[in-house]
Design a binder for this molecule. Structure first.
Ligand code: DX5
Ligand code: ZN
Length: 220
């Protein structure tokens, strides 16, 4: 059985104690670092940018999964590779030439991901599914941590799983937004491979135990 991976979202960390929180993820049973980059244009919020990612990457000992919520992401692909991103995810809604963008990400040695807003159908990926390493299904509207999980996500996950199977692709399905102990198991059963969790992890009094618990639940 494949393992479900847990990717804590650094957006919910304490930025005044960032190294401490990065070390917490290093020591925990988390699998990836999920890094949210927002430009204040594609989404109505600005998170952090290159210098912060560079410093996170100095200390991070696990896969760095970068989620770009920015317009025209092609401008920065090379730079994100040099900053240490292992997976680079762009938004379907932000790319005019998605196939070209995916090739450019892979040419820089990174895995290529595509994120879908809640209103964007997974069917739109049919013609590029074999070129995508990871699909990030947004289970909230992107831009902010701490929002409620959108229930329609389950049917999107199932549909996407079918699409991946139909094309014999090896694409991973990542769920991003409102993930907690209440939906982790159902998401895994629907076909999710990676669960991103921000506030659920960082608001907990025992963060490493919370990550462990979420991982166990998703893999039970
Ligand atoms: C939202 C971001 C998410 C966010 C998840 O735009 O893409 O990664 O950090 O946060 P929670 O888990 O709090 O919903
Ligand atoms: Zn994200």
């Amino acid at each position: 059985m494949k393992e479900i991976l847990i990717a804590p979202s650094v957006l919910a960390a304490d930025f005044a104690n960032l190294q401490r929180d990065v070390e917490m993820i290093n020591k925990s049973e988390a699998d990836w670092f999920h890094i949210d980059i927002m430009d204040g244009v594609f989404v109505p919020n600005i998170s952090f940018g290159m210098p912060v990612l560079r410093d996170i990457a100095k200390h991070a000992k696990k896969t760095i999964d970068v989620h770009l919520m920015i317009i025209d992401p092609d401008r920065y692909i090379k730079e994100f590779a040099s900053l240490g991103a292992n997976i680079l995810t762009v938004h379907y809604e932000a790319c005019d030439h998605l196939h070209r963008t995916l090739q450019a990400i892979k040419a820089e040695g990174m895995k290529a991901g595509v994120a879908l807003n809640p209103h964007t159908s997974v069917d739109l990926l049919e013609d590029v599914i074999n070129d995508i390493d990871l699909v990030c299904i947004m289970s909230v509207n992107p831009g902010f941590g701490g929002q409620s999980f959108i229930e329609n996500t389950y049917s999107k996950v199932k549909k996407l799983k079918e699409l991946i199977k139909k094309h014999g692709a090896e694409t991973l399905i990542e769920i991003d937004g409102g993930v907690t102990n209440k939906n982790a198991m159902a998401l895994a059963n629907a076909g999710a491979d990676v669960l991103v969790a921000g506030s659920y992890v960082f608001k907990a009094s025992n963060q490493t135990e919370t990550i462990k618990g979420l991982r166990e639940l998703a893999n039970s």
